[in-house]
Design a binder for this molecule. Sequence first.
Ligand code: CTP
Length: 398
Amino acid sequence: MILKDKKILIGITGSIAAYKSIILVRLLVKAGATVKVILTPAAKDFVTPLTLSTLTKNPVLSNLFDEESWANHVMLGRWADLMLIAPLSCNTIAKMAHGICDNLLMATYLSATCPVILAPAMDEDMWHHPSTVGNLEKLKQYGNTVIPVQHGELASGLYGEGRMAEPEAIVEYLQDFFLVEKVLNGRKALVTAGPTYEPIDPVRFIGNHSSGKMGYALAEELHRRGAEVTLIMGPSTIQDTGSGIRFIKVRTAEEMYEASLENFGDVDIAILSAAVADYTPVVKADEKIKKKDERFTLELMKTKDILKSLGDIKQKQVLVGFALETHNERAYALEKLEKKNADMIVLNSLNDEGAGFGKDTNRIHIFDKSGKEYVFGIKSKKEVAKDIVDTLISTYYA
Ligand code: CTP
């Protein structure tokens, strides 16, 4: 129902994924939205104006002017509640990044005052080319929102990243967009996630099983609520899919500490979910350590406690820490809240089925400074991230 009577302007560019936009338009119309379509000249090789005008019951626009009239691109951008470009080709991304106004879609984009959401589609190599990465970064700086590309079969026949999100997923994204109150608009957030790897020698390290999934879900949720998010991620398979979150990749506890401190100054919220190594080798051997003796002793020293360090210097920031415990959970969680000067502690107990490293679900309790305890059931990490952000918003930003 949320899309009912919403005015959505869809731009379609020249990509094989354009055929999916026909289904997308159909779904949006079915959901009650009023849809107008602009095709780039290249898009007409993939879909016909007739199909789209029949589905939308609106004329499909493509040219800046024809023999009789001039298309009012300024008014189109003002008419829309939202402009969605799907599929967005590599070529149009480049033009948008540089303000090249050579067709109606570009003229409308450059003059649009409504929010702009982008669903890119291209082959993996084009997607990863530094020019595309840089151009997309520019578009995010302009305030455009990017729906992450999918991994799967591509037009080339290869498998990889670059598929446009499925029409159903795009509709869900738009529903979410209209639904979510952007309470955290204008706020900055910092999230640490994943494990750290402490080097022993050039080929070995001390690490842990953290996947980074919980932290990534938190970063996504904060971003969804309008915050500008920096995610400091230890070694993890999670990649930046161009979702609008600023990724900083680190490896060691020391690197995570440096990056956190550097970014903490101007954030409003910091959630430290990383499984930081508590100890690191005193000496990192320059060469591979050869096996000799029956026993081998490695001397370790404490790493810097990032949460505590931020707790010591915090001013306006809301600081959230995690506690992963196997026993005396409540007491240890409360002790961490106090000792590290955090505002909230999220407790995971390894005794809870469905919680812990590498799993897709989690079960948490949240303790806040005022002594309140919030209890939640087993949920997906995405849902858990929502619970944490909801609790944070209702406590500090309601
Ligand atoms: N943490 C951190 N820097 C460290 C160690 C931990 O920022 N060097 C943060 C974690 O990201 C988490 C919280 O501190 O938010 C709790 O981590 P944990 O390792 O459980 O706490 P410790 O104080 O190390 O307590 P213990 O290992 O004794 O349980």
